[in-house]
Design a protein around this ligand. Structure first.
Ligand code: TYC
Length: 101
């Protein structure tokens, strides 16, 4: 794909697009302990206790909560690692990703 757009009669405009960002979304479930969700959010997403608690309680009440946005690779890696942390303890904790609009 070309990185420039030539508009007749005007200067050449550089066209540099930012990579699309992807949301990491935490899904509620009925089994994972609240404290474990908070610990995973702190460990994988570098959140403070207060930030992690607020994300956890929002997912608990509403069913889901956006954790953060990253480039696609980073979002997918973090979602997979965080989901795996729950699976390793036998919990159904789930993180998904989706592209930002
Ligand atoms: N709903 C869980 C409970 O009551 C806690 C929880 C919160 C689990 C958020 C997942 O994404 C979640 N133990």
């Amino acid at each position: 794909m070309s990185d420039t757009v030539v508009t007749p009669g005007t200067e050449i405009e550089p066209k540099v697009e930012r990579p699309r960002l992807h949301k990491v979304i935490l899904l509620n479930d009925d089994y994972t302990p609240r404290e474990f969700v908070v610990a995973v959010l702190k460990g994988e997403f570098r959140m403070t206790e207060d930030q992690a608690f607020n994300v956890m309680i929002t997912a608990h009440k509403k069913g889901a909560c956006v954790v953060a946005v990253f480039t696609r690779d980073v979002a997918e890696t973090k979602a997979t690692r965080a989901t795996e942390a729950g699976r390793a303890k036998g919990y159904p904790l789930m993180f998904t990703t989706e592209p930002e609009e």
